[in-house]
Design a protein around this ligand. Structure first.
Ligand code: FES
Length: 95
């Protein structure tokens, strides 16, 4: 942020969308093993490719691994006209 490009993780299910910075709270590395390629647990949780931290995808909380209890940094997004857009920081979260 602050004028810098930042990779995002975007999860969309119909009109429900969530986004987080693609930065692991453990060591600040990207979670994907190749650009846009993510590891998923059998239950759908997101797994960091670096050291295996596992994140549930409601609040982005780490539920297992070296940063258990930490969270991915949420980015406000919304669906408008069928597309995902960055939302103002004070916009209500879309569930
Ligand atoms: S950087 Fe993600 S678990 Fe270590």
């Amino acid at each position: 942020m602050d004028g810098e490009d930042e990779p995002l993780i975007v999860l969309r299910r119909g009109d429900s969308v969530r986004a987080w910075l693609n930065v692991c709270p453990h060591a600040g590395r990207r979670l994907d093993w190749a650009p846009g390629e993510f590891l998923r647990a059998k239950n759908g949780d997101l797994v960091c490719a670096v050291h295996g931290a596992t994140f549930e995808l409601d609040a982005g909380t780490c539920v297992a691994g070296p940063c258990r209890g930490d969270r991915l940094r949420a980015v406000p997004v919304e669906v408008r006209d069928g597309c995902v857009w960055l939302a103002p920081d004070d916009a209500p979260a879309v569930a």
